[in-house]
Design a protein around this ligand. Structure first.
Ligand code: AMP
Ligand code: FE
Ligand code: FE
Ligand code: ZN
Length: 281
């Protein structure tokens, strides 16, 4: 079983990287992808906990924004973490998430929702990428909402009046950086329409021309019709279809390995990186 897209508390997941590795072993996964938002901070601990039987694909889910302001998540995996231009962009994104959070909190305060930056920070693990889920957790603790889901539905979605974007590279920039760093690029849940505006089908051509290797097809936020459409695009461009859980610990309903990637697809993906970078013990 191959699950290429999961999160730890190095971003907005709730398990430590070590706990996530232990869970993957217990669940009988053969390959796990660690894809924390805009960071590689969880990599080292994940490698420490890895035991024989599980292969680890290290990566990051890179927050992107198109020229017309649509939010896109690009999974970058098997890249060289020493490649500075990519690390610089991730650092710039992480940095810009603080001012952005202050503005979201400010807008909520103006509307009479009492929540402070200190309460948000209290939900963030040391060194982790700050995101709206940490604000959601702070609101849960205060009893403003029941869970993250409700926080997003009522206050935090991309279409909410409280929403503020942060700096993010374009998808083409992110793909170029991932490829220059020797890795593989797979667009995450591109037709997850519940999250807000989605990219047009035409825009996939530009991303494939920039070097994109695959599309995350099987994902709980994409309808069977959307997945069918994506399979057509994958076939048209001769790229790779992946499937994954997007597990976030108890931050979301998504269960580890609820969707998976076929072994042939994973092998084709791994072969597209410039080196064998999958970690095995
Ligand atoms: P941000 O990175 O701050 O833009 O926040 C985006 C993150 O919020 C995504 O990576 C998801 O993990 C999380 N998220 C989005 N919608 C929901 C939802 N309805 N319930 C729980 N988490 C969500
Ligand atoms: Fe997330
Ligand atoms: Fe995502
Ligand atoms: Zn994700």
């Amino acid at each position: 079983m191959i699950d290429l897209h999961t999160h730890s508390n190095a971003s907005d997941g709730t398990d430590t990287p070590g706990e996530l590795i232990n869970m993957a072993h217990a669940a009988g996964l053969t390959v796990l992808g660690l894809m924390d938002h805009d960071t590689v901070a969880g990599w080292q601990e994940a490698v420490q906990y890895l035991r024989p039987g599980l292969s680890l694909v290290l990566g990051s889910e890179i927050s992107c924004e198109t020229e017309d302001g649509i939010s896109v998540h690009m999974l970058g995996a098997l890249f060289d973490p020493e490649y500075k231009p990519l690390m610089d962009v991730l650092a710039k994104t992480r940095e810009s998430r603080y001012g952005r959070m202050e503005r979201i909190v400010g807008r909520l305060n103006d509307a009479g929702v009492e929540i402070s930056m200190a309460e948000v920070y209290a939900q963030l693990s040391e060194g982790a990428t700050l995101g709206r889920p940490h604000l959601a957790d702070a609101m849960v603790l205060k009893g403003i909402v029941k869970n993250r889901e409700e926080a997003f539905n009522l206050y935090l979605s991309n279409s909410s009046k409280f929403y503020v974007p942060h700096y993010a590279p374009t998808p083409v920039e992110a793909i170029s950086l991932i490829k220059a760093a020797g890795g593989v690029a797979v667009i995450a849940h591109p037709l997850a329409s519940l999250r807000g505006r989605i990219v047009s089908v035409e825009s996939f051509k530009t991303m494939v021309e920039a070097g994109m290797d695959g599309i995350e097809v099987s994902h709980r936020d994409q309808t069977p019709e959307a997945q069918e459409l994506l399979r057509g695009i994958v076939a048209e461009y001769g790229i790779i279809a992946t499937g994954s859980s997007d597990y976030h610990g108890n931050g979301k309903l998504n269960q580890l390995a609820e969707f998976t990637t076929k072994p042939e697809a994973f092998e084709a993906l791994e072969a597209r990186a410039d080196k064998r970078r999958v970690v095995r013990k």
